[in-house]
Write a protein that binds this ligand. Structure first.
Ligand code: SF4
Length: 379
């Protein structure tokens, strides 16, 4: 069995951001020790199956709020039971004004083996951060990166957001220039979506005049890709970009497992797993997680259509050799035939060396419709 990825969902945040629909609780700090014990309890339940892991990802929520000691305890358990000696260990971090706290945190992380952080900076413009209800400044995001590097954490990823209310090409260029100056190895650029049930959903009408229209969103996305490529970042997935180091693309290895339909174990309330061919998840309920509730089934994983949909998020796309390795059969020629129709419009690129294709940057903008057409013959 190939090494799996392990995802730990930490459902703690200082405050709730008005656009966010991830499961997290503001001010539930008194539960952190019990949560850490429960994570280790659930990890232990998967020992004895011969599982080995080569990536560990702490997401949330704001997992850095757990502090270095609790994160270190969980890393220790994963190392003991699932290997991970030279694996990628990522923790998501939010910028903060508390520099001394961050400095100590990063030294503790480095000692515990964390080698990658993902910083939720979102924007380098004060106004946009206020619009998003974020409680940090651009300068604090820059200091977060500097302090992580000073502590010896070798890889930094920055999260930024596109289609923020009021965002313009000029303000986006400012954010991208800021990112470039940090020399981050990796960057994720997600489009803001107004999720049902969030405060932004309730304020939809007030926000509407500030939200970029569809053509403006396209412009912002294409601008981000072009500018990041100019800075040396390669787009390897719809929303993800990485630099090369000694010829190696510094992709997020953990998230890449999701798009390659590789198996992973998710621990924590709302965490999803794909393991032993099955998908399952924990209910989004911290109290029930602490009590040790059962995971819930979410169907089989790894089917042909699911694999194709996930792979088409990647710049590598789908080709015969990848399909052969996964399913021991050639890539369906109907997929290739239907994909070819989109080549003249610049939405699809054909593979030079074997039957296969991938979406272009313009194609990524229309990925849902294109994937529907290519896989199922419907637009
Ligand atoms: S966006 Fe991040 S920091 Fe804000 S509430 Fe959601 S998980 Fe917490």
């Amino acid at each position: 069995m190939n090494p799996i990825g392990i995802y730990i969902h930490a459902p703690f945040c200082t405050e709730k951001c008005p656009y966010c629909d991830f499961y997290s609780m503001p001010r539930a700090f008194s539960d952190m020790d019990a949560y850490t014990k429960a994570v280790i309890r659930d990890l232990r339940a998967y020992t004895g199956n011969g599982l080995q892991a080569d990536t560990l990802y702490f997401g949330g929520g704001t997992p850095s709020l757990l502090g270095a000691a609790r994160i270190g305890e969980i890393i220790g358990a994963v190392r003991e039971w699932f290997g991970l000696s030279k694996g990628e260990i990522t923790v998501e971090v939010n910028p903060t004004a508390q520099e001394t706290w961050l400095e100590n945190l990063f030294h503790g992380f480095a000692q515990a083996g964390v080698n990658r952080i993902s910083v939720g900076m979102q924007s380098a413009n004060e106004m946009e951060l206020r619009q998003l209800g974020r409680r940090h400044t651009p300068r604090q995001a820059g200091r977060t990166v500097e302090l992580a590097r000073a502590a010896g954490i070798s890889h930094v990823s920055l999260d930024i957001m596109l289609a923020i209310p009021g965002q313009t090409p000029e303000s986006l260029m400012h954010t991208l220039a800021f990112c470039g100056e940090t020399k981050a190895e990796h960057l994720s650029a997600y489009l803001l979506k107004i999720e049902p049930g969030t405060p932004f959903d309730t304020q939809r009408e007030t926000l509407r005049p500030l939200l970029p229209q569809e053509e403006q969103v396209e412009e912002l996305y294409l601008l981000a890709v072009a500018e990041l490529e100019r800075q040396g970042y390669e787009q390897y997935e719809i929303s993800n970009f990485a630099r090369r180091q000694n010829g190696v693309l510094l992709e997020g290895k953990h998230n890449k497992k999701y798009w390659c339909a590789q198996e992973y174990l998710g621990i924590g309330p709302s965490a999803h797993s794909y393991l032993f061919g099955k998908r399952f998840y924990s209910p989004a309920d911290l109290g029930r997680f602490l009590q040790g509730c059962q995971t819930l089934p979410d169907g089989d994983g790894g089917g042909r259509e699911e694999f194709a949909m996930l792979r088409l998020r990647l710049r590598e796309g789908l080709c015969d050799s990848v399909w052969q390795a996964q399913f021991s059969e050639p890539l369906p020629r109907d997929y290739v035939r239907r994909a070819k129709k989109f080549v003249p419009a610049g939405l699809v690129r054909l593979c030079d060396t074997e039957p296969g294709f991938s979406l272009t940057t313009k194609g990524f903008l229309l990925s849902n419709a294109l994937i529907g057409e290519i896989l199922f013959g419907r637009s």
